[in-house]
Ligand binder design. Sequence first.
Ligand code: MSP
Length: 641
Amino acid sequence: MTKRFMVTTPIYYVNDKPHIGQAYCTIAADVLARFHRAAGEETFFLTGTDEHGSKTEETAKRLGKTPQELCDMNAHYFKETWKSLNISYDYFIRTTDARHQKTVEKVLSILYRATTKRGEKVIYPGEYSGLYCVGCEKFITDKELVNGLCPDHLEKPRRVTEKNYFFRLTSYLKQIEELILTDKLKISPEERKKETLGLFKQGLDDFSISREKVSWGIPLPFDPTQNAYVWVDALFNYISAIGYGDDLNQFNKWWNGAEVVHLIGKDILKFHAVFWPAMLLALGERHPDQIFLHGFFTVDGQKMSKTLGNIVDPEYLVDQYGADATRYLLLTQFPFGQDGDIQVERLVEKYNSDLANDLGNLVSRTLKMVESFCGGQISGPSTYERSDEELKKEATECAERVWRFIQEINLNQAIDQIMKLVRSTNKYIENQAPWVLAKQNKKERLKTVLYVSCETLRIISALFYPVLPQKCKRIRQLLGLPDDELSPTLDKAKKWGGLKPGTKVGTLESLFPRMEKKVQTKRVKEAIVEQKSEMEISFEEFSKIDLRVAEVKEAEKVKGADKLLKLKIDLGAEQREIVAGIAGQYSPEEMVGKRIVVVTNLKPAKIRGIESKGMLLAAKDGKTLSLVCVDKDVKGGSEVS
Ligand code: MSP
């Protein structure tokens, strides 16, 4: 029987747009899902948004929106960002979906009727008084506070006293501890397992599952004056998405018929490793197989936070590096499962060394040599020498090693193995020097060396496909592989000889064009600034911004950048050039003659080698971008105030 694999990410809060922390976990889950699919397993990849609770309610109020409007807007942003990053989820759950809400009501009714082995009610009413942090959506103890503030959100928690319903967690603790100790419920990495077991030693209490004063939530079916606690509502997404409430076959297929792995950040360990299995036990359902906790990263040594204004928008990284490189760069900064730091300047170095140099050059020079020395056609190899056999062995054995690391969720080692093969192939080409063989007219040897290089490249593109899906698909097209092999299986990466002699190959300019370091740094800093601008600024600060009407005189695409247009604008007293990321929505022809609004007193920025002296204003709704233009005939240079 085909093995089944189900992987989930946390469902993310919709009080803001996605940030790179959430993108990190989602990319990792996507890479896992794609590897399991490539290994021939039937795979279900679940992600989504967590939409109820006071956090959403309060943010909506601040923005003058209804909670549902805020949820719709930000759920849309999450979907768009995942699309930009090529996230191949099978289902996107939203906790405001009617389907999910019905399931939560059903689950709560079952739990309300249920009793423990000792005959006590699983859910019982009580009174709760404690400190509540809205940022965490959880009660917090005095001990956890730092200078009276929640250490994660740097906010003062509020005192809440209310009637709540409680879940009898204490009745399930022994059983869960045993499941974790015996690895039936595997908590990885090992240190997180120890941390979880430590929680049992410290002692855990029953927890409250409802809120009286939070109105944005799912009403308890047995007491509509209360709403379900957002965490209880959220955890059940893992089973509502696969039909617990309405499709038993599908539910059995995945929950009971697959290896179930939850991928989460270490911040939400207790909810997943203790509360969630306990609620499942009370419901009479099985626990997941594994909970893998990845670490947290800081950005340039600082914790990401709105207050510091250093939250990076993943869309900016995609604009700059492309989807594949963003996926690669985020995953390779530090080992998955450990904490780390993302140094924005180092991203460019890594991009240039691994992707532009090692992989990009391998692809372009291999294809170019086939073009120049063999008329663009892959020729059959003749006798293999020792060096050929060695590379062949390394290539065909690589898939097994990569797959082993993937099964251990050791993403960095898996990627390292593939990069090692890339470097060995480059070394092989240097040692064999096909250009010398061509000069010496050693035709047979030349054909063999180029065959071995192309065939290894085919294997590399199959192994790297889950991490770099777009680029690997392109490599495979260029290698002349048929359409049904463009999304490859791991099996095909184990067998030598996939490339048929006689196949025509293509050539390409550059798979990953080299990047200039300065430009990169600037751009990522801009990403950070944009988030910062969501904070309040004073009137004085606003009046420092010089906004002017500008008439677009000329427009052209920027070479090698899909999304950029270079515009020559007329500001009355002077003409300037600016570069704008609008080519996805506006053609150069459409732009000429438009009277747009431009910020003119910014420091010039070099973008793709062009000095851009200003930024235009545009409205963005998901992927839709609309320019801010003036609607009466005012001169270029007129002030906008
Ligand atoms: N809604 C809850 C989860 C409910 S799951 C049933 C939640 N949402 S969240 O939007 O705050 O997302 C938390 C997750 O984002 C973390 O578990 C982690 O995967 C990811 N990260 C957030 N910041 C991060 C870093 N700085 N570094 C790495 N991952 C980060 O909690």
